[in-house]
Design a binder for this molecule. Structure first.
Ligand code: NAX
Length: 327
C-alpha cells in the first residue's frame, strides 16, 4: 500500500474545515488508495483549540481506513512540517466597522507568516491551495513570502465560481453539468470574476450558440454567479461551506490526479499570458496531468471579455498595491 502523505489544513475548526476534513480523510481528494496524515492548524485561542479537538474526536469516530495520523497545531512552523499539501482555509473575516484595507493588512500578516513557515519547513513539492479570502491576494502574499519554493506551487480557489457557473449554465440550457466542457472563470475570486462560456460545449455543441443571448450573459448570468456567495448568506444565514469545501476537494483532486483533458479553473501565478502581469494570482483555464497544471493558451479575447478581464485585474492590482508595503 502507498506511503501516507501529509495534508495541512488551516482554519480546521471552522465551517469549511468541518465540511472538508472528513472528505479528505475518506479519500475523496487524493484517491481511495492514498493514506493521509492530517496536520491541523487553528489559532492558539483556547476555544478554537478545544473546538479543533472536538472535530478530531469525530474524525476518530469515523474510523477512516485511510486516516494514518492526525495532529493539532497552533503554530504554522509545526503544522506545515514536511507537508505535501497545504489547504489554507483560515483567514481573518471582516469584522464590524473594519475597512477593506484593515482586512487586507490583517490577512497579509497571517499569510506572510504562513508563507514563511511553508518556505522553511514544508516539502519542497508542497502544493498550496488558498481558500481564505481575499484568496488570490492571500496566495500572492504566501508565494512572495516563500522564495525557496517554486512559484507554481501556490494557487487560489476559483473552483467554487467555476462550479457555480457550470450549474447555472446547465440549468439554462437544460443539460447535465457532466456534459459541459471548456468553461472558465477569469480573475479574482470576488464578484468581479468573469465566468466565460464562449468556448464551452455541451455534447460537442457550442453553449454560446445555444444560449445566444448576450443580455442574459451580462445582466443575469454574470451577476448571479458573482453574487452567489451573498445569496447563500442571505438564504442560509451562514456563508457557503459545503460547496466551498467541495470546490477545494475538486481543485486539489484534479491538480494531483489529473483532469483527463478537461478544462478546470485554478487561480495560478501569471507568467504574463493574456496580458496579466507576472505573479498576479489569476483565475485561468488549465488542464492538469501528472501533478502539474498547464494554462490553456491562445484563446481569443473579444472586446466584452477584455473589458471584464480588465475590471477583475484592476481589483487585484489594487489589492496587491494595498499590501505592497507589508511584503
Ligand atoms: P470560519 O470563520 O467558520 O472558520 C475560519 C477558521 O479559521 C476559524 O476557526 C478561525 O479560528 C481560523 N483561523 C483564523 N485565522 C487563522 C490563522 N491565522 N491560522 C489558523 N486558523 C485561523 O470561516 P469559513 O466559513 O470556514 O471560511 C473560511 C475562509 O474561506 C473565509 O476567509 C472565507 O471568506 C473563505 N471563503 C472562500 C471561498 C473561495 O471560493 N475562495 C468561498 C467560501 C468562503 O467564503
Amino acid at each position: 500500500s502507498k506511503k501516507p502523505v501529509r495534508v495541512a489544513v488551516t482554519g480546521a475548526a471552522g465551517q469549511i474545515g468541518y465540511a472538508l476534513l472528513f472528505r479528505i480523510a475518506s479519500g475523496e481528494m487524493l484517491g481511495k488508495d492514498q493514506p493521509v496524515i492530517l496536520q491541523l492548524l487553528e489559532i492558539p485561542d483556547e476555544k478554537a483549540q478545544k473546538a479543533l479537538k472536538g472535530v478530531m474526536m469525530e474524525l476518530e469516530d469515523c474510523a477512516f481506513p485511510l486516516l494514518a495520523g492526525m495532529e493539532a497545531h497552533s503554530d504554522p512552523m509545526t503544522a506545515f512540517k514536511d507537508t505535501d499539501y497545504a489547504l489554507l482555509v483560515g483567514a481573518r473575516p471582516r469584522g464590524p466597522g473594519m475597512e477593506r484595507k484593515d482586512l487586507l493588512s490583517a490577512n497579509a500578516q497571517i499569510f506572510t507568516a504562513q508563507g514563511k513557515a511553508l518556505d522553511k519547513v514544508a516539502s519542497r513539492n508542497v502544493k498550496v491551495l488558498v481558500v481564505g479570502n481575499p484568496a488570490n491576494t492571500n496566495a500572492y502574499i504566501a508565494m512572495k513570502s516563500a522564495p525557496s519554493l517554486p512559484r507554481k506551487n501556490f494557487t487560489a480557489m476559483l473552483r467554487l465560481d467555476h462550479n457555480r457557473a457550470l450549474s447555472q449554465i446547465a440549468a439554462k440550457i437544460g443539460a447535465q453539468v457532466a456534459d459541459i466542457e471548456k468553461l472558465t472563470v477569469w480573475g479574482n475570486h470576488s464578484p468581479t470574476m468573469y465566468a466565460d462560456y464562449r468556448f464551452a460545449t455541451v455534447n460537442g455543441k457550442s453553449v454560446k450558440d445555444l444560449i445566444n443571448d448576450q443580455e442574459w450573459n451580462k445582466n443575469v448570468f454574470l451577476p448571479t454567479v458573482g453574487k452567489r456567495g451573498a445569496a447563500i448568506i442571505e438564504a442560509r444565514g451562514l456563508s457557503s461551506a459545503a460547496s466551498a469545501a467541495n470546490a477545494a476537494i475538486d481543485h486539489m483532486r484534479d491538480w494531483v490526479l489529473g483532469s483527463k483533458g478537461k478544462w478546470v479553473t485554478m487561480g495560478i501565478p501569471s507568467d504574463g499570458q493574456y496580458g496579466i502581469p507576472k505573479d498576479i494570482i489569476f483565475g485561468f483555464p488549465v488542464t492538469t496531468e501528472n501533478g502539474e497544471y498547464k494554462l490553456v493558451e491562445g484563446l481569443p479575447i473579444d472586446a466584452f471579455s477584455q473589458e471584464r478581464i480588465a475590471l477583475t485585474l484592476n481589483e487585484l492590482k489594487e489589492e496587491q498595491a494595498g499590501v505592497a508595503h507589508l511584503l
